[in-house]
Write a new protein. Structure first.
Length: 447
Protein backbone atom coordinates (compact mmCIF):
# COMPACT_ATOMS: atom_id res chain seq x y z
CA UNK A 1 0.00 0.00 0.00
CA UNK A 2 1.33 3.44 -0.93
CA UNK A 3 2.38 5.63 1.96
CA UNK A 4 0.87 9.15 2.13
CA UNK A 5 3.30 12.07 2.08
CA UNK A 6 2.88 14.89 4.57
CA UNK A 7 3.93 18.42 3.63
CA UNK A 8 5.15 17.45 0.17
CA UNK A 9 7.54 20.00 -1.29
CA UNK A 10 7.36 18.91 -4.93
CA UNK A 11 4.63 20.02 -7.32
CA UNK A 12 3.28 17.81 -10.11
CA UNK A 13 4.59 17.37 -13.66
CA UNK A 14 2.08 19.87 -15.05
CA UNK A 15 3.24 22.55 -12.62
CA UNK A 16 6.89 21.93 -13.44
CA UNK A 17 6.29 22.18 -17.18
CA UNK A 18 4.03 25.23 -16.90
CA UNK A 19 6.40 27.26 -14.74
CA UNK A 20 9.22 26.43 -17.17
CA UNK A 21 7.25 27.43 -20.30
CA UNK A 22 6.37 30.73 -18.68
CA UNK A 23 10.07 31.58 -18.45
CA UNK A 24 10.80 31.26 -22.19
CA UNK A 25 10.21 34.47 -24.11
CA UNK A 26 7.61 34.09 -26.86
CA UNK A 27 6.43 30.63 -25.80
CA UNK A 28 2.73 30.31 -24.93
CA UNK A 29 1.38 27.52 -22.67
CA UNK A 30 -2.14 26.16 -23.21
CA UNK A 31 -3.45 24.08 -20.33
CA UNK A 32 -5.74 21.21 -21.23
CA UNK A 33 -7.03 20.41 -17.78
CA UNK A 34 -9.35 21.65 -15.07
CA UNK A 35 -9.29 25.25 -13.90
CA UNK A 36 -7.92 24.17 -10.54
CA UNK A 37 -4.62 23.03 -12.07
CA UNK A 38 -3.78 26.51 -13.32
CA UNK A 39 -4.90 28.23 -10.13
CA UNK A 40 -2.97 25.81 -7.96
CA UNK A 41 0.21 26.39 -9.97
CA UNK A 42 -0.23 30.16 -9.70
CA UNK A 43 -0.94 30.23 -5.98
CA UNK A 44 1.66 27.61 -5.12
CA UNK A 45 4.44 28.31 -7.62
CA UNK A 46 4.49 32.05 -6.92
CA UNK A 47 4.25 32.09 -3.15
CA UNK A 48 6.63 29.24 -2.36
CA UNK A 49 9.48 30.02 -4.76
CA UNK A 50 10.47 33.44 -3.48
CA UNK A 51 7.37 35.28 -4.75
CA UNK A 52 8.51 34.99 -8.35
CA UNK A 53 5.60 35.84 -10.62
CA UNK A 54 5.88 34.57 -14.16
CA UNK A 55 6.20 36.71 -17.28
CA UNK A 56 3.47 38.01 -19.57
CA UNK A 57 1.40 34.84 -19.21
CA UNK A 58 1.67 34.46 -15.46
CA UNK A 59 -1.03 34.55 -12.82
CA UNK A 60 -4.56 33.93 -14.07
CA UNK A 61 -3.79 34.86 -17.70
CA UNK A 62 -2.66 31.37 -18.75
CA UNK A 63 -4.82 30.06 -21.63
CA UNK A 64 -6.76 26.99 -20.47
CA UNK A 65 -9.57 24.74 -21.64
CA UNK A 66 -10.90 24.68 -18.06
CA UNK A 67 -12.58 21.33 -18.66
CA UNK A 68 -15.70 20.51 -16.67
CA UNK A 69 -17.95 17.48 -16.22
CA UNK A 70 -19.24 17.71 -19.79
CA UNK A 71 -15.75 17.22 -21.25
CA UNK A 72 -15.00 14.44 -18.78
CA UNK A 73 -18.09 12.51 -19.93
CA UNK A 74 -18.01 13.22 -23.67
CA UNK A 75 -14.32 14.02 -24.19
CA UNK A 76 -12.54 17.36 -24.41
CA UNK A 77 -10.80 17.29 -27.81
CA UNK A 78 -13.29 19.69 -29.41
CA UNK A 79 -12.84 22.04 -26.46
CA UNK A 80 -9.07 21.90 -26.96
CA UNK A 81 -9.45 22.64 -30.68
CA UNK A 82 -11.53 25.68 -29.77
CA UNK A 83 -9.03 26.87 -27.16
CA UNK A 84 -6.08 26.55 -29.53
CA UNK A 85 -7.84 28.67 -32.16
CA UNK A 86 -8.85 31.32 -29.62
CA UNK A 87 -5.38 31.48 -28.07
CA UNK A 88 -3.69 31.97 -31.44
CA UNK A 89 -6.13 34.78 -32.26
CA UNK A 90 -5.51 36.63 -29.00
CA UNK A 91 -1.85 35.96 -28.17
CA UNK A 92 1.08 36.26 -30.55
CA UNK A 93 3.58 33.51 -29.86
CA UNK A 94 6.63 31.89 -31.43
CA UNK A 95 5.56 28.48 -30.15
CA UNK A 96 2.35 27.26 -28.49
CA UNK A 97 2.68 24.35 -26.07
CA UNK A 98 -0.29 22.27 -24.93
CA UNK A 99 0.22 20.82 -21.45
CA UNK A 100 -2.13 18.05 -20.35
CA UNK A 101 -3.39 17.39 -16.85
CA UNK A 102 -4.57 14.25 -15.08
CA UNK A 103 -8.25 14.56 -16.00
CA UNK A 104 -7.81 14.88 -19.77
CA UNK A 105 -5.17 12.13 -19.84
CA UNK A 106 -7.40 9.74 -17.88
CA UNK A 107 -10.41 10.22 -20.18
CA UNK A 108 -8.17 9.58 -23.20
CA UNK A 109 -8.32 12.85 -25.14
CA UNK A 110 -6.28 12.58 -28.35
CA UNK A 111 -4.18 15.65 -27.69
CA UNK A 112 -1.44 14.91 -30.28
CA UNK A 113 -4.16 14.73 -32.98
CA UNK A 114 -5.40 18.20 -32.06
CA UNK A 115 -1.90 19.70 -32.14
CA UNK A 116 -1.16 17.97 -35.46
CA UNK A 117 -4.35 19.44 -36.89
CA UNK A 118 -3.28 22.91 -35.77
CA UNK A 119 0.22 22.37 -37.20
CA UNK A 120 -1.29 21.51 -40.58
CA UNK A 121 -3.13 24.83 -40.44
CA UNK A 122 0.17 26.64 -39.97
CA UNK A 123 0.28 27.06 -36.19
CA UNK A 124 3.65 26.41 -34.50
CA UNK A 125 2.41 24.13 -31.74
CA UNK A 126 3.42 21.02 -29.82
CA UNK A 127 2.02 19.04 -26.91
CA UNK A 128 3.70 17.62 -23.82
CA UNK A 129 2.12 14.87 -21.74
CA UNK A 130 2.35 16.18 -18.17
CA UNK A 131 -0.30 14.58 -15.95
CA UNK A 132 0.59 14.65 -12.28
CA UNK A 133 0.48 10.87 -12.00
CA UNK A 134 3.51 10.63 -14.31
CA UNK A 135 5.80 12.39 -11.90
CA UNK A 136 6.70 15.53 -10.01
CA UNK A 137 7.66 19.01 -11.21
CA UNK A 138 11.14 17.78 -12.10
CA UNK A 139 9.68 15.29 -14.59
CA UNK A 140 7.58 18.05 -16.17
CA UNK A 141 10.71 20.13 -16.79
CA UNK A 142 12.58 17.16 -18.26
CA UNK A 143 9.71 16.17 -20.58
CA UNK A 144 9.19 19.75 -21.74
CA UNK A 145 12.85 20.39 -22.57
CA UNK A 146 13.23 17.17 -24.53
CA UNK A 147 10.00 17.77 -26.50
CA UNK A 148 10.98 21.32 -27.47
CA UNK A 149 14.42 20.15 -28.61
CA UNK A 150 12.87 17.41 -30.75
CA UNK A 151 10.43 19.89 -32.32
CA UNK A 152 13.10 22.34 -33.43
CA UNK A 153 15.49 19.60 -34.44
CA UNK A 154 12.94 18.16 -36.88
CA UNK A 155 14.50 15.77 -39.39
CA UNK A 156 18.00 17.28 -39.18
CA UNK A 157 19.46 14.61 -36.91
CA UNK A 158 23.22 14.90 -36.84
CA UNK A 159 23.27 17.42 -39.68
CA UNK A 160 23.69 20.65 -37.74
CA UNK A 161 27.04 22.38 -37.82
CA UNK A 162 28.38 23.37 -34.44
CA UNK A 163 28.74 26.98 -33.31
CA UNK A 164 32.23 27.44 -31.92
CA UNK A 165 32.24 28.01 -28.17
CA UNK A 166 28.48 27.53 -27.71
CA UNK A 167 27.32 25.62 -24.62
CA UNK A 168 23.82 24.77 -23.31
CA UNK A 169 22.88 24.62 -19.63
CA UNK A 170 20.48 21.90 -18.48
CA UNK A 171 19.09 20.81 -15.12
CA UNK A 172 18.38 24.13 -13.39
CA UNK A 173 14.59 24.08 -13.06
CA UNK A 174 12.75 27.44 -13.03
CA UNK A 175 11.18 28.09 -9.62
CA UNK A 176 11.82 24.56 -8.33
CA UNK A 177 15.31 25.96 -7.90
CA UNK A 178 14.35 29.12 -6.04
CA UNK A 179 17.59 30.85 -7.11
CA UNK A 180 17.35 29.69 -10.75
CA UNK A 181 17.57 33.16 -12.30
CA UNK A 182 20.61 34.17 -10.30
CA UNK A 183 22.24 30.77 -10.76
CA UNK A 184 21.87 30.90 -14.54
CA UNK A 185 23.06 34.50 -14.65
CA UNK A 186 26.19 33.73 -12.61
CA UNK A 187 27.05 30.64 -14.65
CA UNK A 188 26.53 32.64 -17.83
CA UNK A 189 28.76 35.44 -16.53
CA UNK A 190 31.53 33.01 -15.61
CA UNK A 191 31.48 31.08 -18.87
CA UNK A 192 31.26 34.18 -21.04
CA UNK A 193 34.19 35.69 -19.15
CA UNK A 194 36.44 32.93 -20.50
CA UNK A 195 35.21 33.36 -24.05
CA UNK A 196 32.20 31.05 -24.41
CA UNK A 197 28.67 31.62 -25.70
CA UNK A 198 25.94 30.40 -23.37
CA UNK A 199 22.36 29.24 -23.91
CA UNK A 200 20.61 29.25 -20.54
CA UNK A 201 17.32 28.56 -22.42
CA UNK A 202 15.19 30.09 -19.65
CA UNK A 203 14.94 33.63 -18.35
CA UNK A 204 15.96 37.00 -19.75
CA UNK A 205 16.55 37.14 -23.53
CA UNK A 206 16.04 33.39 -23.94
CA UNK A 207 13.54 32.50 -26.65
CA UNK A 208 13.09 30.76 -29.96
CA UNK A 209 16.50 31.62 -31.41
CA UNK A 210 18.31 30.07 -28.45
CA UNK A 211 16.22 26.89 -28.65
CA UNK A 212 16.85 26.60 -32.39
CA UNK A 213 20.59 26.63 -31.65
CA UNK A 214 20.47 23.89 -28.99
CA UNK A 215 21.63 21.16 -31.41
CA UNK A 216 24.47 23.39 -32.64
CA UNK A 217 26.24 23.62 -29.28
CA UNK A 218 29.71 22.17 -28.88
CA UNK A 219 29.07 21.04 -25.32
CA UNK A 220 26.20 20.59 -22.88
CA UNK A 221 26.56 21.28 -19.15
CA UNK A 222 24.28 19.38 -16.76
CA UNK A 223 23.72 20.56 -13.19
CA UNK A 224 21.16 18.02 -11.95
CA UNK A 225 19.89 14.56 -12.79
CA UNK A 226 16.90 16.22 -14.45
CA UNK A 227 19.08 17.58 -17.23
CA UNK A 228 20.58 14.21 -18.12
CA UNK A 229 17.68 13.12 -20.35
CA UNK A 230 18.01 16.01 -22.82
CA UNK A 231 21.82 15.85 -22.68
CA UNK A 232 21.89 12.13 -23.48
CA UNK A 233 19.40 12.64 -26.32
CA UNK A 234 21.62 15.31 -27.86
CA UNK A 235 24.71 13.15 -27.47
CA UNK A 236 23.05 10.16 -29.14
CA UNK A 237 21.48 12.10 -32.01
CA UNK A 238 23.77 15.11 -32.52
CA UNK A 239 27.10 13.87 -31.21
CA UNK A 240 27.12 16.68 -28.64
CA UNK A 241 29.14 15.62 -25.57
CA UNK A 242 28.06 16.63 -22.10
CA UNK A 243 29.58 17.05 -18.66
CA UNK A 244 27.51 16.09 -15.62
CA UNK A 245 28.43 18.25 -12.63
CA UNK A 246 25.75 16.68 -10.34
CA UNK A 247 25.29 19.97 -8.54
CA UNK A 248 25.55 23.71 -8.94
CA UNK A 249 29.10 24.90 -8.15
CA UNK A 250 29.55 27.12 -5.12
CA UNK A 251 32.78 28.90 -4.25
CA UNK A 252 36.25 29.15 -5.77
CA UNK A 253 37.19 25.47 -5.74
CA UNK A 254 34.09 24.09 -7.46
CA UNK A 255 33.80 26.96 -9.91
CA UNK A 256 37.44 26.77 -10.94
CA UNK A 257 36.99 23.01 -11.43
CA UNK A 258 33.97 23.67 -13.65
CA UNK A 259 35.89 26.12 -15.82
CA UNK A 260 38.85 23.79 -16.18
CA UNK A 261 36.64 20.81 -17.06
CA UNK A 262 34.91 22.82 -19.76
CA UNK A 263 38.26 24.10 -21.00
CA UNK A 264 39.43 20.50 -21.26
CA UNK A 265 36.70 19.88 -23.86
CA UNK A 266 36.81 23.17 -25.73
CA UNK A 267 39.45 25.46 -27.17
CA UNK A 268 39.86 28.15 -24.49
CA UNK A 269 42.93 30.29 -23.91
CA UNK A 270 44.60 28.99 -20.74
CA UNK A 271 45.98 32.41 -19.83
CA UNK A 272 42.47 33.89 -19.94
CA UNK A 273 41.19 31.13 -17.64
CA UNK A 274 43.98 31.48 -15.12
CA UNK A 275 43.71 35.25 -15.03
CA UNK A 276 39.93 35.17 -14.52
CA UNK A 277 40.03 32.52 -11.78
CA UNK A 278 42.81 34.34 -9.93
CA UNK A 279 40.92 37.64 -9.98
CA UNK A 280 37.66 36.04 -8.80
CA UNK A 281 39.34 34.05 -6.03
CA UNK A 282 41.04 37.20 -4.81
CA UNK A 283 37.66 38.91 -4.42
CA UNK A 284 36.10 35.97 -2.54
CA UNK A 285 39.08 35.73 -0.16
CA UNK A 286 39.01 39.46 0.41
CA UNK A 287 35.40 39.46 1.58
CA UNK A 288 35.69 36.28 3.63
CA UNK A 289 38.57 37.75 5.65
CA UNK A 290 36.15 40.38 6.91
CA UNK A 291 34.07 37.75 8.72
CA UNK A 292 36.87 35.80 10.40
CA UNK A 293 36.78 37.55 13.77
CA UNK A 294 33.01 37.21 13.97
CA UNK A 295 33.30 33.56 12.88
CA UNK A 296 35.51 32.62 15.85
CA UNK A 297 33.85 34.89 18.42
CA UNK A 298 30.42 33.38 17.76
CA UNK A 299 31.47 29.78 17.14
CA UNK A 300 30.28 29.46 13.54
CA UNK A 301 31.75 25.96 13.18
CA UNK A 302 28.60 23.92 13.64
CA UNK A 303 27.30 20.48 12.75
CA UNK A 304 24.50 20.87 10.24
CA UNK A 305 21.79 19.09 8.26
CA UNK A 306 21.14 19.67 4.55
CA UNK A 307 17.59 19.33 3.17
CA UNK A 308 16.63 19.82 -0.47
CA UNK A 309 17.08 18.80 -4.08
CA UNK A 310 20.33 16.99 -4.78
CA UNK A 311 21.60 19.70 -7.12
CA UNK A 312 20.92 22.42 -4.55
CA UNK A 313 22.30 20.98 -1.34
CA UNK A 314 25.48 19.26 -2.51
CA UNK A 315 27.22 22.35 -3.89
CA UNK A 316 26.30 24.40 -0.83
CA UNK A 317 27.26 21.57 1.53
CA UNK A 318 30.63 21.01 -0.04
CA UNK A 319 31.47 24.71 0.10
CA UNK A 320 30.46 25.06 3.74
CA UNK A 321 32.53 22.02 4.72
CA UNK A 322 35.67 22.54 2.66
CA UNK A 323 35.88 26.33 2.72
CA UNK A 324 33.91 27.53 5.73
CA UNK A 325 34.83 24.79 8.18
CA UNK A 326 31.35 23.53 9.07
CA UNK A 327 30.55 19.84 9.67
CA UNK A 328 27.83 18.15 7.60
CA UNK A 329 26.35 15.21 9.53
CA UNK A 330 23.04 14.61 7.74
CA UNK A 331 21.85 15.01 4.14
CA UNK A 332 18.17 14.62 3.19
CA UNK A 333 17.54 14.44 -0.57
CA UNK A 334 13.96 15.41 -1.48
CA UNK A 335 13.88 14.80 -5.26
CA UNK A 336 13.62 11.19 -6.37
CA UNK A 337 15.11 10.03 -9.67
CA UNK A 338 16.19 6.73 -11.19
CA UNK A 339 19.76 8.03 -11.10
CA UNK A 340 19.45 8.99 -7.43
CA UNK A 341 19.74 5.79 -5.43
CA UNK A 342 21.71 4.23 -2.61
CA UNK A 343 24.70 4.24 -4.96
CA UNK A 344 24.90 8.00 -4.64
CA UNK A 345 25.56 7.84 -0.88
CA UNK A 346 29.27 7.20 -1.46
CA UNK A 347 29.41 10.03 -3.96
CA UNK A 348 27.78 12.39 -1.46
CA UNK A 349 30.35 11.42 1.16
CA UNK A 350 33.15 12.11 -1.30
CA UNK A 351 31.64 15.42 -2.37
CA UNK A 352 31.16 16.71 1.16
CA UNK A 353 34.34 15.04 2.46
CA UNK A 354 32.93 13.65 5.69
CA UNK A 355 33.00 9.94 6.51
CA UNK A 356 30.24 9.75 9.12
CA UNK A 357 27.56 11.50 7.11
CA UNK A 358 24.05 10.01 7.06
CA UNK A 359 22.05 10.21 3.82
CA UNK A 360 18.26 9.93 3.53
CA UNK A 361 15.91 10.05 0.55
CA UNK A 362 12.47 11.42 1.48
CA UNK A 363 10.18 14.38 0.93
CA UNK A 364 7.82 13.56 3.79
CA UNK A 365 7.72 16.52 6.17
CA UNK A 366 7.10 14.50 9.33
CA UNK A 367 9.89 12.07 8.51
CA UNK A 368 12.28 14.91 7.75
CA UNK A 369 11.51 16.57 11.09
CA UNK A 370 12.14 13.32 12.93
CA UNK A 371 15.47 12.85 11.17
CA UNK A 372 16.56 16.38 12.07
CA UNK A 373 15.34 15.98 15.63
CA UNK A 374 17.51 12.89 16.08
CA UNK A 375 20.54 14.22 14.22
CA UNK A 376 21.93 16.46 16.95
CA UNK A 377 22.40 19.23 14.38
CA UNK A 378 23.20 22.77 15.44
CA UNK A 379 22.16 24.29 12.11
CA UNK A 380 19.74 23.49 9.28
CA UNK A 381 20.29 24.33 5.62
CA UNK A 382 16.90 23.58 4.07
CA UNK A 383 13.56 25.11 3.10
CA UNK A 384 10.83 27.10 4.80
CA UNK A 385 9.19 23.82 5.82
CA UNK A 386 12.00 23.31 8.33
CA UNK A 387 11.16 26.56 10.14
CA UNK A 388 9.08 24.89 12.86
CA UNK A 389 11.60 22.19 13.70
CA UNK A 390 14.36 24.81 13.81
CA UNK A 391 12.34 26.83 16.33
CA UNK A 392 11.57 23.71 18.34
CA UNK A 393 15.26 22.86 18.59
CA UNK A 394 16.34 26.50 19.02
CA UNK A 395 18.82 26.37 16.13
CA UNK A 396 19.30 28.63 13.10
CA UNK A 397 17.84 27.82 9.69
CA UNK A 398 19.08 29.09 6.34
CA UNK A 399 16.36 28.50 3.73
CA UNK A 400 17.97 27.77 0.36
CA UNK A 401 15.61 25.19 -1.17
CA UNK A 402 12.05 24.94 -2.43
CA UNK A 403 9.62 25.85 -0.93
CA UNK A 404 10.63 29.32 0.18
CA UNK A 405 7.79 31.42 1.57
CA UNK A 406 9.36 34.24 3.56
CA UNK A 407 11.74 35.82 1.06
CA UNK A 408 11.49 37.71 -2.22
CA UNK A 409 13.96 36.31 -4.75
CA UNK A 410 14.72 38.33 -7.89
CA UNK A 411 18.27 37.61 -9.02
CA UNK A 412 19.91 36.17 -5.93
CA UNK A 413 22.38 33.30 -6.21
CA UNK A 414 24.66 31.15 -4.11
CA UNK A 415 26.38 29.80 -7.22
CA UNK A 416 29.87 30.52 -8.48
CA UNK A 417 32.31 33.01 -7.02
CA UNK A 418 29.91 35.84 -6.20
CA UNK A 419 27.22 33.51 -4.89
CA UNK A 420 29.61 32.11 -2.30
CA UNK A 421 29.97 35.56 -0.75
CA UNK A 422 26.18 35.94 -0.59
CA UNK A 423 25.90 32.51 1.03
CA UNK A 424 28.39 33.47 3.74
CA UNK A 425 26.57 36.75 4.35
CA UNK A 426 23.17 35.09 4.74
CA UNK A 427 24.39 32.15 6.80
CA UNK A 428 26.39 34.37 9.14
CA UNK A 429 23.36 36.63 9.60
CA UNK A 430 21.15 33.68 10.55
CA UNK A 431 23.70 32.37 13.05
CA UNK A 432 24.15 35.81 14.62
CA UNK A 433 20.39 36.24 14.82
CA UNK A 434 20.15 32.93 16.68
CA UNK A 435 22.94 33.96 19.06
CA UNK A 436 21.21 37.27 19.77
CA UNK A 437 17.85 35.57 20.43
CA UNK A 438 19.51 33.13 22.84
CA UNK A 439 21.16 36.01 24.71
CA UNK A 440 17.85 37.87 24.98
CA UNK A 441 16.14 34.78 26.39
CA UNK A 442 18.94 34.44 28.95
CA UNK A 443 18.56 38.09 29.99
CA UNK A 444 14.77 37.65 30.35
CA UNK A 445 15.33 34.69 32.66
CA UNK A 446 17.71 36.74 34.83
CA UNK A 447 15.19 39.56 35.08
Amino acid sequence: MAKPIENSRNGCALQGALQAVQEIEGFVPILHSTAGCGIQQHLGGNAVSGYQSAGDLGGFSVPSTNVIEKQVVFGGTSRLREQIKNTVKVINGDLYIVLSGCTTELVGDDIPAMTKEAQEQGTPIISVSTPGFKGKAHFGYEALVKTIIQYFAGDSKGADEKIKGLVNIFGIIPKQDVFWKGNLAELKRILEAVGLKVNTLFGLDQGIEQWKDVTKAELNLVFSNWGLGPAKYLEENYKTPYIDFYTIPVGSEDTAALINKVAGRLDIDKTVIDSFIKAEEKQVNHYVKNILDTYFENDFQKEFTLVGDLSTVLGIGRFLVRYFGLIATTVIITDSHDAVSENVIGEIGDIISYDNIEVFFTEDGTEINDIIRNSGSELIIGSSLERDIARELGIPLLAVAFPLIDKVILNKTYAGFRGAVSLIEDLSSEILKSVEEAELEYIKELI
